[in-house]
Design a protein around this ligand. Structure first.
Ligand SMILES: Cc1cc2nc3c(=O)[nH]c(=O)nc-3n(C[C@H](O)[C@H](O)[C@H](O)COP(=O)(O)O)c2cc1C
Length: 156
């Protein structure tokens, strides 16, 4: 299965988890491309322009990966997802990274926003994971996220 990981990452955390996930999926014999959304300006509402919007049409399945920002989905990922064409029947999974320790400080909400936008475009939702970047939880939540998300594709 040809999988695209579409990532937005400002300080590199989300990208580093995406790279670990790519490695794990490669071990399951899936070809995986990471494609990063880029902007000009600041990642705040109405203060940026998308300068690279990854094209999703060539992938059999998609993983969207984004940081949490202000207890919500990062506005860059939100703008990108809103601009996508139909995702009819496309299998999709979702990853967010965040600093604060609890999933209710923006993690659950960010996942829900991504899933809701993609579901309206016809996507099939396979699952999601949240990585907490705080030192004490980083390794454990990263390992759990990579394992969970890669297993979603293990029987495809
Ligand atoms: C402006 C701003 C707002 C943030 N808001 C939250 C938040 O509400 N909850 C949280 O857990 N982390 C928050 N964070 C932390 C980021 O989500 C976290 O560092 C994330 O891993 C960054 O990912 P990146 O390096 O891929 O950009 C915020 C970071 C920034 C810069």
């Amino acid at each position: 299965m040809n999988i695209g990981i579409i990532v937005f990452s400002q300080s590199g955390h989300t990208l580093s988890v995406a790279e670990k996930l790519q490695e794990r999926l490669n071990q399951l014999s899936h070809p995986v491309q990471i494609d990063a959304i880029t902007i000009e300006g600041e990642a705040a509402q109405d203060k940026f322009q998308l300068t690279h919007q990854p094209n999703v049409s060539g992938y059999d399945a998609l993983i969207f990966a984004s940081p949490v920002q202000a207890f919500s989905l990062n506005p860059v990922m939100q703008a990108y997802l809103n601009g996508l064409p139909s995702l009819e029947n496309k299998p999709t999974a979702y990853l967010v990274t965040k600093q604060l320790p609890f999933n209710w400080t923006g993690g659950n909400r960010a996942i829900k926003t991504m899933q809701s936008i993609c579901q309206k475009k016809g996507a099939r939702i396979l699952g999601s994971a949240i990585v907490v970047w705080q030192d004490a939880r980083r390794d454990d939540t990263t390992e759990k996220a990579v394992t969970l998300l890669s297993q979603l594709f293990s029987d495809h």
